[in-house]
Design a protein around this ligand. Structure first.
Ligand SMILES: [Zn+2]
Length: 216
């Protein structure tokens, strides 16, 4: 693996290892994929990502919160809707549905790999813009840009790398997903949040998951 991968994202694992570690961790919490629902917050342009396919094959019911850079734009209402949908699955307990919320943004670290269009565009904007702007016709991007904007000063924004922006996006995506988790919990569900940054390299995809999943 490249030095860049180790320098920016130490401790990455393969797709398979990430999924098997996730399933083990969920099992220790008493959650089984066959009797739970997976809610996937990924990015619009992750159309051929094998890990997403594996998750959809592993869970009998999946719910899609795909958004720009995997930052969900639904809040507590999204959690309430998720529980409503989960209760309609024959594999899931209607009394206390078990839900696993995945937050999986992506980035490419090698120039010849296809990366995240949103992050590349956002990085260009952040480096030159002096305001975060408000364009009602592009609300997902405006919300994402504002969230990044609030976490960096002007100097930091102008020096951001795509790798740093991807890490920030993972953090922002998790924080947005907690509102879904809160909404689902209020509806009586048991919820686990699982997050990881998918990194495209010449040797294939790796997953960087520095944050342990947290339960409610
Ligand atoms: Zn993307």
């Amino acid at each position: 693996m490249s030095n860049k991968l180790d320098a920016f994202f130490p401790g990455t694992v393969s797709d398979d290892t990430f999924l098997s570690q996730t399933l083990c961790r969920l099992a220790t919490q008493g959650i089984d994929a066959s009797t739970s629902v997976a809610c996937i917050a990924a990015c619009h342009d992750m159309v051929r990502q094998p890990l997403l396919q594996r998750i959809r094959e592993t869970w009998p019911t999946t719910f899609d919160y795909t958004a720009l850079a995997a930052v969900p734009t639904v809040g507590e209402t999204g959690g309430e809707i998720l529980v409503h949908a989960a209760r309609q699955s024959p594999d899931v307990s209607a009394e206390r549905p078990q839900i696993v919320v995945f937050v999986l943004p992506h980035v490419a670290i090698d120039a010849d790999c296809s990366g995240c269009f949103t992050l590349a565009r956002l990085l260009d904007e952040l480096r030159v813009a002096d305001e975060w702007g408000l364009e009602l016709g592009d609300l997902e991007l405006v919300r994402l840009r504002k969230r990044v904007w609030l976490q960096c000063d002007r100097r930091q924004r102008r020096c951001l790398t795509i790798e740093e922006l991807a890490k920030l996006t993972l953090q922002i995506g998790c924080s947005a997903a907690w509102r879904i988790v809160d909404g689902a919990r209020q509806e009586g569900a048991r919820v686990e949040l699982v997050s990881g940054l998918i990194i495209e390299t010449r040797q294939g995809a790796r997953v960087w998951a520095p944050q342990a999943s947290a339960s409610t």
